[in-house]
Design a protein around this ligand. Structure first.
Ligand code: HEM
Length: 399
């Protein structure tokens, strides 16, 4: 069958990508072909098609990221992989973030949440997204390393923030460019992580955090992980955990500022994940020729399950533009709610992300008030969608 096909889509990068998808979906239906920076790409906006790619036929597709980005995160990070290596690393990450492990961290996450809220509530206007990123970074460090001395935390923070600045820049390796600075920061991160690893080995630490699990890993032949594999997975998890959680928290504040009485925090989180759909889509690449519903997806073509389009389809979520936490009184229809993805690459940090957001919300709603400062109607992409200027707010403590 021939593909409904649209032309070159640089346009997608210069306008709101969600407007781009919605307008194309209206014109061409739930499945259509386009080109992104020259690559043929099939967009999938139906739950069935997303399930086909991510779950039932996931072995026919592989994750695909630009090499320049892989280099910055670290090519051994689990989300670039399939097969045995991916399964092993994923199991390790899941064990490190299991409910039994995270339950023990609640008190430490609470301490971080309270100290963040205290520091915001000084009458100054804050950039909410920036502050949420700091909070999510500190929680990320706690999950990965357990208690870590301040010198290391500061060095990691400094270099990681340089790394992030170059992540979405043109990948020019010339000295002075943001991408080159990012690469240099990534090298320094390896050195810092190397030092931490050496210390933990000397202290024969047997902690149940992610680093502890990475250090104690043995495959069936007794092989351990290389320092590079350990570093890439640490940076990978930090990367997956920080801006995602921070942007959802920023949206929650925006939604709640309209009606702060919506106090069922769990439903507020679920609805914010749907409405904001901060991971609007994901990419896979066909590993072989694949046939779907009479269409051929040739080997090498990209496919993009469009989470946001599914979350904003009125057939599955009535009046999708409304923020209505109470819609989650009934569970969503199967395969229509995927803020954490689906299948073998679905987010292993999802319960932990929800816990982290719940802890912050719990303390925030009990003791603090906040007001928006200036306009917050536009959306910026960083690359996740966030309210304009990171949502400027003023926090106050209630006595
Ligand atoms: C609200 C916050 C978060 C959201 C919305 C989110 C969303 C997602 C999504 C949609 C995926 C799947 C991507 C794909 O299929 O291509 C994913 C993967 C992943 N997430 Fe999250 N995530 C969040 C927080 C976290 C946290 C806190 C952690 C770690 C502590 C984490 C670690 C990961 C990892 C390691 C993967 C890759 C899994 C694999 O490839 O097997 N995420 N996340």
């Amino acid at each position: 069958m021939g593909w409904p096909c649209i032309g070159e889509t640089l346009q997608m990068y210069t306008q709101d990508p969600n407007v781009f998808f919605t307008s194309k979906q209206k014109r061409y239906g739930d499945i259509f072909k386009t080109r992104i920076l020259g690559y043929p790409c099939v967009m999938l906006a139906s739950p069935e098609a997303a399930r086909f790619v991510l779950v039932s036929q996931s072995h026919l597709f592989k994750p695909t990221y630009p090499k320049s980005k892989e280099r910055l995160i670290g090519p051994s990070a689990l989300f670039f992989h399939t097969g045995n290596y991916h399964a092993r690393m994923r199991k390790l990450v899941q064990t490190s973030f299991s409910p039994e492990v995270t339950r023990k961290l609640i008190a430490d996450i609470e301490t971080l949440a309270i100290s963040s809220l205290e520091s915001w509530a000084n009458g100054q206007v804050i950039n909410t997204f920036h502050r949420m990123k700091e909070f999510a970074f500190e929680v990320g460090v706690l999950l990965i390393f357990g208690q870590l001395n301040k010198k290391y935390t500061d060095e990691l923070k400094e270099n990681y923030s340089i790394l992030k600045k170059g992540y979405n820049c043109f990948p020019l390796k010339l000295p002075g460019t943001a991408y080159h600075k990012s690469l240099m920061a990534r090298k320094r991160l390896n050195q810092i992580l190397g030092e931490i690893v050496r210390e933990r080995k000397e202290n024969k630490s047997s902690a149940s955090n992610l680093l502890g699990h990475l250090l104690h890993f043995r495959d069936e032949k007794g092989n351990i992980l290389s320092e590079e594999q350990i570093a890439d997975n640490i940076i990978g998890v930090l990367f997956a955990a920080q801006d995602t959680t921070a942007s959802v928290l920023t949206w929650i504040l925006k939604y709640l500022s309209v009606d702060p009485k919506l106090l069922d925090a769990v439903k507020v989180i679920l609805e914010s994940l749907r409405k904001a759909s901060i991971i609007s889509f994901t990419f896979r690449e066909a590993a072989v020729d694949v046939e779907y519903e009479g269409y051929l997806i040739p080997k090498g073509w990209k496919v993009m399950p469009l989470f946001r389009s599914i979350h904003h389809n009125p057939e599955f979520f009535a009046e999708p533009g409304n923020f209505d936490p109470f819609r989650f009184e009934n569970p969503p229809k199967a395969n229509t709610y995927m803020p954490f993805g689906s299948g073998i690459h679905a987010c292993p940090g999802n319960e932990l992300a929800k816990l982290e957001m719940l802890v912050l919300l719990h303390h925030m709603l009990r003791k603090y008030r906040w007001e928006l400062v200036g306009s917050a109607n536009l959306i910026q992409y960083s690359p996740f969608p966030i309210p304009e200027n990171g949502l400027r707010t003023r926090f106050m403590k209630e006595f």
